[in-house]
Design a binder for this molecule. Structure first.
Ligand code: NDP
Ligand code: HSE
Length: 435
């Protein structure tokens, strides 16, 4: 008998068998022999918990249950959680970890709130907690941050981590259509979910930013720490204003290590639409794809790109975690622990240094430019570029600033909006990728 034949199987409980879980079952079944060879023990699917077992004739009926808690309590080694949401999943996973059962999950909403609590439970029992699929689907990103770059000092993680909003913004850019019309089309084609709120309002990207910032800066960052703006306010005029200046609009998650004038370190995490130069690597990421740009002291700049969602791509990341966890079980060890030792404070958005692009319709007469420039000066915001185009009785004025605290830039725009000479504030958006 081979060594492999003597090693007991790694027993897996799968919670949730929808878009991602269904693909996990397919890959586990189709690749059973190869996975066993890679792990050094067979991976045995011991049970599948779903909400409505009668709706799953495609699954082995003897494995199905509606009682996830009972399945977790049974004789299993690993829980793969692909249900989503906070409760009851949080309680189930805590209970599994407390009993020493390892957990693989793609649940970004849960991790963005409770990763600290889950990691502590895993540490206490010596179980593994892996979640590569929670950010950027198939793209190997969290393990590189957590393991490959553990010897470096990451300064920035910036990227497109929500495919739905990237699809909508790419379509607005290529067709010139407005936001509402493009969202309707994305829903019709199945790119946006029936309830797209979590995506278009930036909650999904903010959860992912919290996970990225936590790993990159060895600090617990939750979704509530992440400044968030969605894409609902991006208009066709914003897209045109960006295009005129050789830019495009993207929803970016930006996590930065901040060092103030006294050398004190903090972390900033934000999600909002930005204009970036069309020549920037992230500008070429279109449709439902994801891409993340990482900067580190020694490594320099790295770019991670690929499919950020979908059943099979996400299942690839889940299976990668499952193989890692199973290997750890076979050798009797565990993977790297959570590293939150830096415990840096989170810097508020108002203090984060950003650059603004402001497009105005103003009266075309003497002294107007001076009044607008005075508003910037009053808030200590330095102007980097001004461009004016005459119309009949009005002029179009486009101003791009240097870096300034976000609160100062906001106050400037509010003041400009109150000036009599300003007919309309046409577009206001932050600018990235030009510093
Ligand atoms: P689906 O909605 O397709 O599937 C959810 C599954 O959970 C269904 O099988 C459902 O059962 C089951 N379920 C729901 N409630 C319960 C319950 N109380 N007890 C047992 N089972 C339950 O979700 P996805 O596959 O799309 O997503 C799963 C996870 O992966 C989420 O955390 C999501 O954020 C994450 N993710 C998803 C990606 C994607 O592209 N879809 C990409 C990256 C991450 P039933 O089938 O009977 O309704
Ligand atoms: N709703 C998410 C997206 C799925 O559009 O990117 C992947 O997390």
């Amino acid at each position: 008998m081979s060594d492999q034949g003597r090693v007991p199987p790694i027993k897996v409980a799968l919670l949730g068998c929808g878009t991602v879980g269904g693909e996990v079952v397919r890959l586990l079944t189709e690749q059973a022999d190869e996975l066993a060879a890679r792990v050094g023990a067979p991976i045995e699917l011991a049970g599948i918990a779903v909400r409505r077992p009668d709706k799953h004739p495609e699954l082995p009926q003897e494995l199905l249950t509606a009682d996830a808690a009972e399945l977790i309590d049974s004789d299993i080694d690993v829980v793969v959680e692909l249900i989503g949401g906070i409760e009851p999943v949080r309680s189930w996973l805590l209970s599994a970890l407390q009993k020493g059962k390892s957990v693989v999950t793609a649940n970004k909403a849960l991790l963005a709130e409770y990763s600290g609590e889950l990691a502590e439970a895993a540490d206490a029992s010596g179980a593994d907690l892996y979640f590569e699929a929670a950010v950027a689907g198939a793209i190997p990103l969290l393990r590189p941050l957590r393991e490959s770059m553990a010897g470096d000092r990451i300064t920035r993680v910036m990227g497109i981590v929500n495919g739905t909003t990237n699809y909508i913004l790419s379509a607005m850019d290529s067709t010139g259509a407005g936001y509402a019309e493009t969202l309707d089309e994305a829903s019709r084609l199945g790119y946006a979910e029936a309830d797209p709120t979590a995506d278009v309002d930036g909650y999904d990207a903010a959860s992912k930013a919290a996970i990225l910032a936590s790993l990159a800066f060895h600090t617990r960052v939750t979704a509530a720490d992440v400044y968030r703006e969605g894409i609902g306010g991006v208009s066709a005029s914003d897209i045109v204003a960006a295009r005129v200046l050789g830019r495009t609009v993207k929803l970016l998650s930006i996590c930065e290590r901040v060092i103030d004038e006294n050398g004190a370190e903090s972390v900033s995490a934000r999600v909002h639409p930005v204009m970036i130069p069309r020549s920037h690597q992230l500008a070429g990421v279109n449709g439902a794809f994801n891409a993340v740009y990482v900067e580190a002291d020694a490594a320099g700049e790295l770019m991670f790109y690929g499919q950020g969602a979908g059943g099979a791509p996400t299942a690839s990341a889940v299976l990668g975690d499952l193989v890692a966890v199973a290997r750890n079980r076979v050798v009797g060890g565990r993977g790297p622990r959570e590293s939150a030792h830096a415990a840096l404070p989170v810097s508020p958005m108002g203090r984060t240094l950003t650059r603004y692009h402001v497009s105005l319709d103003v009266a075309d007469r003497a002294g107007v430019l001076a009044q607008v420039a005075q508003a910037f000066a009053a808030h200590d915001v330095s102007i980097a570029a001004v461009r004016q185009r005459d119309r009949h009785s009005t002029a179009s004025l486009v101003i791009v600033t240097h870096l300034a605290p976000d609160a100062a830039l906001r106050a400037t725009v509010e003041e400009i909006g109150r000036l009599d000479v300003v007919r309309e504030v046409v577009s206001v958006m932050r600018v990235e990728g030009e510093d």
